[in-house]
Ligand binder design. Structure first.
Ligand code: NCD
Length: 489
């Protein structure tokens, strides 16, 4: 793997080895190898530390840097699609694209469009993988270990991307995690579920800030992400109820566990100061060190990507769509439905559809118009195995792989029979392929695929579980279930 897009893609070994390299570069300095590399630094969203530390890191390694710091003054302001902007920098022969974008999945989309490696400096509220790598480095440096520690994340756990990727990373270590946030900006439930699944371990969700200070080894403070709240007075009102709720003062640290380190991805917000200035002088304050570590970590990342062929973990195999069909045996060429009302001579018979579900089946197959294709629809028939079932027969038509994937999204138990001259010649169960392209609309409005963002990124989902159905958006990483799934038809 050569891209750095989501912490989810990284193995613990890759993370640990980056931490080692970054700490070594910090201790020993770095000498350019002489490799002639060009890095494009494309910041579609504001940044101070991430952008400048990437650019400084690239220069320290002897690379050239092009790009822009914010869309002001670029054609992004004229409405240029993201894919065009990034493609152009590849055309200018940049060897890697470092980018930050407000849409979730933007870096993944860019990586799909480009040959060159993409390193994300943050995608909306989703991920900030390189920040997490420098956070892990700072924890390792201060405590000499990560395993066995207690970590609290405090503040905006809903919109803050740094805590999202940190939570994913901590799922790869043996740590205790506690989440301290006002209800309105709590960690999204699906992220907590993902962590629990990865760790087989619970997570403590608590409003008790003082207990966290006393009991944890790492206190990760965050800014309330005002810019990600809904626009208008409603968003403002929401923001005001949560701003300034958790504030750390030096005095509160008197009760801290010995060795507690206070981290913050920065910037802190000068109007409400979630970390009061008097904390800066305490030995617990490690956020300035943490920010400096960004330079060493980004040197380690750039060299790994540009000079050492990337990471050990292989990315998910895309574009392979194993058959969505499990062959079933046909009992001596049975005639299908000869005793029932749905006798079919040539075509496809979809049997064992969950009772009441035939309408959805017709809809996904584009067969609502009964006049164009001769159809047989039987509802609520009695079935030995399922009690009641629906059956759909499509005269003179064999289903394509694409039809089968669509079908599998709306029914989990149907059997498909291919009928020729009144006999079943093939019979099978339909299965969901592991990759589902172009069929499901991601419901996350901040996703790069959402039509309201006009980025024209194609829909792609992975099948994570079949019963109950859970799909995951390839871009913004949010899961969706059969209940809240919207089909693109
Ligand atoms: C953070 C970010 O942009 O996600 N800052 C950073 O990169 N160091 C956090 C923030 O903006 O609050």
């Amino acid at each position: 793997m050569i891209d750095v897009i989501s912490i989810r893609d990284f193995s613990r070994d890759d993370l640990d080895s980056l931490i080692d390299t970054a700490l070594q570069m910090k201790a020993e300095g770095v000498t350019p190898s002489g490799a002639q590399k060009k890095v494009a630094s494309l910041f579609f969203e504001d940044s101070t530390r991430t952008r400048t530390s990437f650019e400084r890191a690239a220069k320290n390694l002897g690379y050239e840097v092009d790009g822009f710091a914010g869309p002001e003054g670029t054609s992004v302001k004229k409405g240029e699609p993201l894919a065009d902007t990034v493609r152009m920098f590849e055309g200018y022969q940049c060897d890697a694209i470092v980018m930050r974008h407000g849409l979730e999945g933007a870096a993944r989309f860019a990586a799909d469009v480009l040959e060159a490696p993409v390193i994300s400096g943050g995608d909306g509220s989703n991920q900030h993988p390189t920040q997490t790598m420098q956070d892990l480095m700072t924890i390792q440096e201060a405590h000499g270990k990560i395993d066995g520690l207690q970590v609290a994340m405090v503040g905006d756990l809903k919109y803050g991307r740094t805590v999202h990727s940190l939570l994913d990373a901590l799922g790869k270590y043996d740590v205790g995690v506690r989440l301290v946030a006002p209800g309105l900006v709590a960690m999204p439930g699906w992220r907590v579920d993902d962590y629990k699944k990865a760790m087989g371990k619970d997570i403590q969700i608590t409003p008790d800030f003082l207990a966290a200070i006393k009991e944890v080894d790492v206190l990760y403070m965050t800014r309330i992400q005002r810019e990600r709240f809904p626009q208008g007075p409603e968003g403002q009102a929401e923001y005001e109820t949560v701003s300034g709720v958790y504030k750390l003062y030096a005095e509160l640290l008197r009760e801290a566990k010995p060795g507690l380190i206070v981290l913050h991805p920065l910037p802190r917000y000068k109007h409400s100061l979630e970390i009061a200035l008097d904390v800066d002088k305490t030995p617990n304050a490690k956020y300035i060190e943490q920010a400096s570590n960004g330079l060493f970590m980004r040197q380690a990342i750039l060299r790994r990507v540009l000079e050492e062929g990337g990471f050990e973990r292989e990315p998910q195999k895309l574009g392979e769509h194993p058959s969505s069909w499990r062959e079933l045996s046909i009992k001596d060429g049975t005639k299908k439905g000869e005793h029932l009302i749905y006798r079919l001579d040539n075509g496809t018979l979809i049997d064992h559809i969950e009772a009441g579900n035939s309408r959805r089946v017709l809809r996904v197959l584009g067969l609502k118009d009964y006049t164009e294709t001769p159809l047989i629809v039987a509802q609520g028939l009695s079935s030995d195995r399922y009690g009641r079932k629906d059956v759909v027969g499509v005269q003179d038509k064999e289903l394509t792989e694409y039809d089968l994937s669509k079908l599998a999204l709306v029914t989990s138990q149907a059997t498909v029979n291919i009928v020729r001259e009144g006999r079943v010649i093939r019979k099978g169960k339909i299965l969901l392929p592991p990759v589902i392209d172009g069929l499901v609309q991601c419901q996350n409005q901040k996703c790069v695929t959402h039509p309201s963002n006009y980025e024209h990124a194609p829909s792609r989902f992975y099948t994570e579980s079949v019963e109950p159905l859970q799909l995951r958006c390839h871009y913004c990483e949010q899961p969706t279930t059969r209940e809240n799934m919207r089909l693109l038809l």
